[in-house]
Design a protein around this ligand. Sequence first.
Ligand code: ADP
Ligand code: MG
Length: 369
Amino acid sequence: MSSKQDHNPLCVQVTYQHLKTSTFSLDVDLKLPNSGVSALFGPSGSGKTTLLRCIAGLEPNKQSSITLNGEIWQSGTKSIYSPAHKRPIGYVFQDANLFPHLSAKENLQFAIKRANSAQPIISYKDVIRLMNIEAILSQYPAQLSGGERQRVAMARALLIQPKLLLMDEPLSALDDALKQEILPYLEQLCRRTSIPIIYVSHSLDEVIRLADYMVVLDKGRAIEEGKTQSLLGKLGTSFSRYQDASVVVSGAVTRQEPKWGLSWISFDNQTIAFKQGDEKLGDLIRLRIQSKDVSLALSKQDNSSILNRLSVLIDDLERDPKDPSMIMVRLLAGTTTILAKITTLSAHNLRLEKGQTIIAQIKSVAVLS
Ligand code: ADP
Ligand code: MG
């Protein structure tokens, strides 16, 4: 995090209960970076939507405090409360929520009229290009596919010229094929704009792809919080026990072999090969490594088909409390964390212990960006 982010974060302190009779209460005190994507991750009913609505000023909770870049949107102690329509926020919901009687273009014009025009952040042309919606502007919402509607909804949120974008499970109403179609647009939006984004999701996959920072909500409380990369590599968290426990490894492309269809990234004196895409030498690439795709060996086995074999240090081990047959091993490749989920019996047979140097064999990696 840069020092600017440290000094000017998005401060969200919310204490809230829907009704006096409600058993659900929200109580969080967050300092989020004021750029990039922060994910709110948690199971259904954990309070993600309620928290977004509080930030947007859509829930009557005057005792909470919300500040962005030193600009106070509300403060319980100072009796400041800026109403929802005065907050420079773009909101993207689960369903696109477009006006059905207006064409895509008219929906966008509606946002332009409402925009914070004093400080334009992104131009109309750039928004249309970013969401690739030029060809569908004259169509009405009913004539658009679910994915196209969601792209128009994202364009509309950007044209408000927001200082903060709130996205509430924007992909969850779409089927898998449409999700894959929209994700690249979302990634572009997240990487190309300077607007801080709070992205709500219950999909770890989306969070890993999009978020630099994450907060895990459970029963209205923030139970884990931190940079995505470091949080994923920790043991004893809800992630390390998660079915798809993974880490993200990033590095610049340092080698390409079109003959084999492979590229390599380098980090911490290590290299990892991955299937070549359209990346170029020098590009920064993030790879997702699932813990179940990492096995351990005491020595480098040259007779193995596995390409990615890294010399690593065992940093910690944790037995899965729900499944004693499995153990999670936290490995350090330099300063980069990798997780390996292996059987407890293998760990016993190999006599694994903290501080030991060992070979991590990575069976597959997925390119994130
Ligand atoms: P999430 O978005 O994480 O699924 P929500 O913020 O929608 O969770 O809901 C959190 C809790 O608040 C749930 O227990 C839900 O039933 C309750 N809740 C949500 N909206 C209201 C409301 N308008 N009135 C009363 N309770 C609500
Ligand atoms: Mg919700």
